[in-house]
Design a protein around this ligand. Structure first.
Ligand code: MN
Length: 206
């Protein structure tokens, strides 16, 4: 058991989570109930692991559906970004930044690069298509309402089976950038949207 959960033992012992709405051991279900009424969340984490990548996560069915995007999202509709699906993550993971220790799965530094809500824009014959159904069919259209990412995006599966792969593409709208308008993100300049820290600062703080 890690240091973080030990640090929460007192916090938990002092509270009755059947009575207080504060986040506790049953936070996931609480979030699910909340999200039934509010917009689902999205999060983009920068993960400086064996190779640096962005983890793109969309809340659906009580979990964070996740893709690893080597180059990160682009605001330029002409730039298709490879997105490799990864395992579902718990909703709480959307707040996580820190260092996964050496020897552990995904060891490396994580920062929350962007965070916000999204709207599902998927439809068929003018009827809305639920996120899970759209993902199962391999095409999800949505709008991001983040601090850094805005407007329409689409995730499209282009390869199925064991080497399943998707593309994340910005949809043409007023939140796009011009072709060639923005260069690749510079790792040293990437900052947490929660704390303003860089990967280096987060790693040094552990
Ligand atoms: Mn990752």
């Amino acid at each position: 058991m890690g240091h973080g959960s030990d640090a929460l033992a007192t916090y938990r012992r002092k509270r009755d989570f059947r009575r207080t709405p504060e986040p506790g051991s049953d936070r996931k279900r609480q979030r699910q109930e909340e999200s039934a009424e509010s917009s689902p969340q999205f999060v983009v984490q920068v993960h400086d692991a064996s190779s640096m990548h962005f983890d793109f996560r969309l809340e659906a069915d009580g979990v964070l559906k996740s893709w690893a995007i080597p180059k990160g999202p682009s605001a330029d509709p002409s730039e298709k970004r490879l997105a490799m699906p990864t395992e579902d993550h718990p909703l709480e993971y959307g707040e996580f930044e820190g260092v996964v220790p050496p020897g552990q799965y995904g060891s490396g530094t994580v920062i929350v690069w962007d965070q916000g809500t999204y709207s599902n824009l998927s439809e068929r014959d003018g009827e809305p298509v639920p996120v899970a159904e759209a993902l199962a069919k391999g095409h999800l259209s949505f709008a991001l309402h983040g601090k850094k990412l805005h407007g329409g995006y689409a995730l499209t599966r282009f390869r199925d089976g064991e080497d399943e792969a998707w593309l994340l593409v910005k949809r043409a709208d007023r939140r796009q950038t011009k072709k060639g308008g923005r260069s690749e993100p510079v790792p040293a300049r990437l900052r947490s949207v929660l704390t303003g820290r860089t990967l280096k600062q987060v790693a040094a703080g552990q």
